[in-house]
Write a protein that binds this ligand. Structure first.
Ligand code: C5P
Length: 250
């Protein structure tokens, strides 16, 4: 299967408080976007497209391998992925969309997503269970009811799609629509979305606390700057994966 990755990296990172685009912020000596690209390659993706903030192409090119395709992103994540998708070759069978903001995602998550696609799924997302009690809250902050946590999952990236399915779902999506992930785009188009086990290390870096935590994890697991993409065995399987759910539906 020929899989192409799209890394959504066009966010500003205002909440992180950095003086540069979030995806260029270094983690253990490597920009977040580089971690994301290396993970996709190590997990089996053949080629990567990165969507970047306007005016930042050169800065991103300096941080990425030369064969990565760099395209301008949009005002929203949905617009950025739409732009990335337009740059994906129609010879690709599958597309994996990944957030640059999830730098420590283990390549095993990528492999699981690819395996589900190879098994016939048209759309697949990595998910984690919710351990806290979950409730619905009204605009006044008061609890309006319980949400059964057994039925709830936290959704991560990379999210994998049969390429033509994702292209068609984006084609149908109104131009200004703004969704928080790509599973929502295909789900809106009526496509069934399968799940595989995610990983706690695929957590999103949003605020400074998340970056500090990621630094700690990268240091504890012996990660360092500029590993060889492709042959890296970084962050491979742990017990976390074993206890997570894994269910693939065609
Ligand atoms: O803002 P949020 O945390 O949902 O961003 C998730 C990912 O989407 C980040 O990696 C960010 O760089 C990317 N993004 C983008 N274009 C935007 C906004 C966010 O590619 N306009």
């Amino acid at each position: 299967m020929h899989a192409v990755g799209i890394v959504a990296a066009a966010g500003s990172g205002l909440r992180l408080g950095a003086d540069m685009p979030k995806a260029l912020v270094p983690l253990a000596g490597r920009p977040l976007v580089r971690w994301a690209v290396d993970t996709l390659i190590a997990g089996g993706v053949a080629q990567v497209v990165v969507t970047v903030p306007r005016g930042q192409r050169d800065a991103f090119a300096a941080a990425l391998p030369p064969d990565v395709l760099i395209v301008d992103g949009g005002r929203t994540r949905t617009a950025s992925v739409r732009a990335g998708l337009a740059a994906v070759s129609s010879s690709a069978d599958a597309v994996l969309v990944h957030d640059a903001a999830r730098p420590l995602t283990p390549p095993d998550v990528v492999s699981r997503v690819l395996a589900a696609l190879a098994g016939g799924a048209r759309a697949v997302v990595p998910v984690l269970p919710v351990v806290d009690t979950t409730v619905a809250v009204g605009p006044d902050g008061m609890i309006t009811g319980a949400l059964p946590r057994e039925q709830i999952r936290r959704v991560q990236t990379p999210q994998g799609f049969h390429r033509a399915t994702l292209v068609e779902a984006y084609r149908r999506l109104p131009a200004r629509a703004e969704l928080t992930d790509d599973a929502a785009v295909v789900h809106t188009a009526g496509v069934r979305v399968a799940t595989v086990a995610g990983d706690e290390r695929a957590a999103k870096v949003t605020v400074a606390h998340d970056l500090a935590l990621a630094e700690l994890i990268a240091r504890t697991t012996g990660e360092r700057a500029s590993p060889q993409a492709g042959g890296s065995s970084r962050l491979r399987g742990t017990a976390t994966e074993e206890r997570n759910e894994s269910g693939v539906e065609p």
